[in-house]
Design a binder for this molecule. Structure first.
Ligand code: GDP
Length: 445
């Protein structure tokens, strides 16, 4: 999605080359490209206008630091603004209530409500160890109730039966009662959708809402709908006090405009993203990661989250031991850490979680330059002998020249890495005194 935003930006990035600061003049073409790309991605016009104005305001006057090109600096600004537009930080589910925490699923037919109900049930059961019950109040669509039953079975959650001759509100009340008496933590209420916004449907879900008083009212919307998603979101947001949005079918060729507009229009956080038909295809929605995805920076963070479960516990312990024993942290460890992190799918993600000085050691992480920076650092470290890595103080001019030549970088770059490493080492020492646990937590997530 929005793939061509990256391509478009790359084109204008060239014209910005050599500028020391971003000005209204020199970013004009770039902004035009961003605007076009967003419109093509089906982002609503008012949202685009607002967005461009904000990017301009933030970008103009920005000094370009030496390690970034002006284009990258601008991409950095666009990235931050995209993140903000989608809500900034991730917002999770709110289950803090007298159980059962009731979650009402709202949305058009085909949006993915039933599927998402199953996905959420699975996530709540498996990851959060909740006891989950689900019920369908869809008495209109043939087989809707049976569909939820199948999904519930696959998700490993309990299903509360209902029949098409019952009234939705009665079904919901019976399910709440059952959930209470059987100590369920969460009750997921799947509702009927229509093909388009319709008054009767809205009144019904309003009645359901008033009856079960859910702590979460999630609006499920198909990302492929583009502009229509915005209108639907507006209608549901007007009719119901939504607490969050689930954007489904982000695995498809959705152009992503919905992700950008829905939050803007509803003011409600995007809480989850549906990324497949399978029940495992649900992710927490992280605005920053989505912004990276949109800009074609990949989604390293999500990758790492998956990979983190496979972190080499032994290595991590060994590393912790080393720090604790005060034996210090040398460039050999640094090399190991780089290898570990790379194995886990990306470096910047982990560095993000580590203290800032450490992150700096791997170069600036904005603008998709991280991989290149990491490769250069690796090149430098690989060109050292193990002894040099253990004792960087051995590195006098001639050795540095050899290393620089071996890594295809300048001596200055070698020096920069060494001084950053020194800072890191100092910081690590401090860490080993007090913050060890915090650090390990950060690394394991
Ligand atoms: P409902 O009418 O809102 O309950 O929608 P359903 O849950 O029945 O989903 C409609 C269709 O969308 C089904 O074929 C689902 O498999 C599919 N679907 C739902 N969520 C996703 C998703 O995140 N990705 C993909 N590719 N398909 C999805």
């Amino acid at each position: 999605m929005l793939d061509n935003l990256t391509t478009r930006l790359a084109k204008v990035v060239k014209t910005l080359r050599g500028q020391a600061r971003l000005t209204e003049d020199n970013i004009q073409d770039a902004l035009r490209e961003v605007r076009m790309a967003l419109l093509e991605a089906d982002v609503a016009l008012p949202v685009v206008k607002d967005f461009i104005a904000r990017v301009k305001e933030k970008a103009v006057g920005t000094e370009v630091i030496s390690s970034l090109t002006p284009g990258q600096a601008l991409v950095g600004v666009v990235h931050r603004e995209l993140t903000d537009l989608m809500g900034g930080a991730h917002t999770g589910l709110n289950l803090a209530t007298q159980p059962p925490a009731i979650i009402l699923m709202a949305g058009l037919q085909g949006a993915g409500k039933t599927t998402t109900t199953g996905k959420l049930g699975k996530m709540l059961t498996e990851r959060m160890k909740k006891k989950v019950l689900t019920v369908s109040t869809d008495i209109y669509r043939p087989a809707a109730i049976a569909q939820l039953q199948t999904v519930a079975q696959q998700a490993g959650i309990e299903f509360f039966p209902s029949t098409p001759d019952q009234k939705p509100v009665d079904i919901a009340l019976a399910a709440v009662d059952y959930a209470r008496r059987h100590y369920f933590d969460v009750l997921l209420v799947d509702t009927a959708g229509r093909l388009a916004i319709d008054q009767v449907m809205m009144e019904e879900i309003q009645a359901l809402h008033a009856t079960v008083k859910p702590i979460e009212t999630l609006f499920v919307v198909d990302a492929m709908l583009g502009q229509d998603a915005v209108n639907t979101a507006r209608a549901f947001n007007d009719a119901l006090p939504l607490t969050g949005v689930v954007l489904t079918k982000l695995d498809g060729d959705a152009r992503g405009g919905a992700a950008l507009s829905v939050r803007h229009v509803t003011g409600k956080p995007l809480k989850f993203a549906g990324v497949g038909e399978k029940l495992a295809g649900l992710e927490e929605f992280h605005p920053e990661r989505m912004a990276s995805r949109i800009l074609g920076m990949g989604d390293i963070l999500s990758l790492v989250e998956d990979a983190r479960r496979g972190v080499d516990e032994e290595k991590a312990k060994e590393f912790a031991q080393k720090l604790k024993s005060g034996k210090g942290f040398d460039l050999n460890d640094f090399k190991d850490q780089l290898g570990q992190m790379k194995k886990m799918g990306g470096l910047s993600s982990l560095l993000d979680k580590l203290p800032a000085q450490f992150a700096q050691a791997a170069g600036q992480l904005q603008g998709g330059v991280e991989d290149k920076a990491v490769r250069r650092i690796e090149g430098i470290i690989n060109s050292m002998t193990p002894l040099e890595r253990a004792k960087p103080e051995l590195l006098k001019a001639s050795r540095k020249r050899r290393i620089a030549a071996g890594a295809g970088v300048t001596v200055q770059e070698v020096n920069r890495l060494l001084s950053q490493f020194e800072q890191t080492q100092k910081m690590m020492k401090q860490f080993s005194k007090g913050g060890m646990q915090k650090m390990m937590r950060a690394m394991k997530g």
